[in-house]
Design a protein around this ligand. Sequence first.
Ligand code: ADP
Ligand code: MG
Length: 758
Amino acid sequence: MSKAKSSESVKVVVRCRPMNDKEKASKFDRVVSVDVKLGQILVRNPREASELPKVFTFDSVYDSNSKQIDLYDETFRPLVDSVLLGFNGTIFAYGQTGTGKTYTMEGVRNDPERRGVIPNSFEHIFTHISRSQNQQYLVRASYLEIYQEEIRDLLSKDQSHRLELRERPDTGVYVKDLSSFVTKSAREIEHVMNVGNQNRSVGSTNMNEHSSRSHAIFVITVECSELGVDGENHIRVGKLNLVDLAGSERQTKTGAQGERLKEATKINLSLSALGNVISALVDGRSSHVPYRDSKLTRLLQDSLGGNARTVMVANVGPASYNVEETLTTLRYANRAKNIKNKPHINEDPKDALLREFQEEIAKLKEQLEKRVGKKKRRRQRKRAGEGGDGEDGEDGETEEDDEEEAGDYWREQQEKLEREKKAVLEDHSLVAEEKERLLREKEKKMEDLRREREVGEMLAAKVKAMESKLLVGGKNIVDHTNEQQRMLEMRRQEIAEQKRREREMQQQVESRDEETLELKETYSSLQQEVDIKTKKLKKLFSKLQAVKAEIQDTQEAHIKERQDHEQNQNELTRDLKLKHLIIENFIPLEEKNKILNRAFYDDEDESWKMKPITRIEDDHQMMSRPPSAVGYRRPLSHHAQIAMKIKPDMRYKAENILLLDMDLPARTTKEYQEPVIAPKVAAALEDALRDEDEIQVDASGFHGSLGPTPPASASGSIKKPKSGRPRTSKKSSTPTSPFSPCSPGSPIYPQSRGLVPK
Ligand code: ADP
Ligand code: MG
């Protein structure tokens, strides 16, 4: 196999879809005609019937009747074949929304006739593998989507996660943490695709709109290992990128501002970057190719001017109302024809997974081998000890024998341990303790034995699982139907090749016609010469007109694009000015500087980022008193302070959230209870305790009569102490005394209520 580094052009094919029902119902004119034989697309101007149609020539073109399988055999099969040889390959579907990109890439899932290139390539790859001989294959698949410059892994469980692009000098640009699934059959890889497609639609409310704004990339990596002439295993790795691009129509952003504008700009970004990359590549003068302007171009850098074979399918619609977009698409595709790639076979790359697998399997097998070896030796020893002849015939053993013997070995060991255990149990000469110890020992041995066996089985299972992932062909090679199918495919391929050659020859004839005609011609008369030259002139004139019109069109398109860019720039400038104004007028200078100090440019990510706030002692950008640093109280709002006082609500507690009131022990005393006092006594006491000025005394009544019964008001004279505890009532500011207030016979003189001498 040659590792030729010769350059080859990107292959561009155009496919025109049939009129859809809506277009038919509205009776739109068909302005696109397809010349399959010549590989030309002719576009008529719907407004100017007299104008000559615009002609575009491509590697091949497909009309509305084209079959999926024809496209595959003629255009895609050779590419997938080279991927199987170890080249990188890429298929782009480009075009306006609704022109058949997804139809070409995926097609109608359950209809074998209308399956697109992705499912057809699955079939192709796995059939190829099943027919191969003395080769080992590993096939894996990944599926990702780029939407608004964010990469989503369509096969990962967490669909909210966004992936990053990384670059390594040896392997180039790759998506970090992108999941990939090893697949063993067309059915399995189809399942992977379906899972991805489901995830694609999950995130979007309107699938059509979403798919017209996002790029989907399905990646199949085929690794093949083969014994080379040098006796070493060589690995070739081919990677196939299947890209369903976003709709090429301009995303409307009329009146969009701020976030909306940014969104529209971002959606356009990858596609316009793709256009710029193509322009820069075919320009020949520009030394800088702006791959780094978008995620898409960075990821597919190899496919555009690098190490890959690339096919671009430009999809167009036939109806008159789409004519502008159709022409834009055709011009875009026309430019892409001139990109030169330098594909080569990727032999023995460092990151081949197949190599890792092979090494891992070899390692596991070696481990397994060692275990088996150990066992055998042990057994031999044992047999020798038993007095057997030790003859095993080991050399002639097959793998199955090995397995069987391994089983025997385990059983024997187990039985032996059981026997020993029993012997210990029955041995009455042993002390109980000793017996127990021995038994434990035996149990442990049995446990070890079991574990060892499990490890061995696990190793074997692992080897089996890993080996099953590596595919080898050559099983059905004698299958009759298979053989027939292969012949059929070969024929189809031959036909496709023939068609291609025919077309190329036609195109060449066409271009030479004009140059050589003149030279060969000999004229019989002057008049004839004039006639022929006039005809020729006319032809050339019309050609000149066509070229002039084309120049005009291109200029117009250019102007439109420029205006678009200008408008975009104006809007962004206005946005920027507004933000500046806000910053200057509303954000304190100090804060602004802090943010400026924290901002830094991340080269990996190509975006501005903020350093996290860290508490470093002499970092001046820090606030002097962070709200929740250790050792400080949290600040409380006034409202919270009040609210906490009114109601001890947790909500307003910033600290001391635990209520740490003392837990009182159970009470051992009782509340004092006053003794019950007879009402009479109580009244007397009441009287006695009354304030002096409250006592009304009528002294006149005492003069005439001595020793009469004191008036009721003084009836508290006979007093009994209530208790040892003084009454704290205000009324009794003077302590009561056990003596009667007035002794009978003595002159009653209400000087003092109490009997305590003053
Ligand atoms: P895109 O992915 O470019 O937005 P689709 O692939 O979804 O467009 O195609 C839009 C519609 O046109 C679909 O219903 C599809 O079945 C139909 N269609 C596209 N191309 C063809 C074709 N070559 N033959 C028949 N139907 C087609
Ligand atoms: Mg689509």
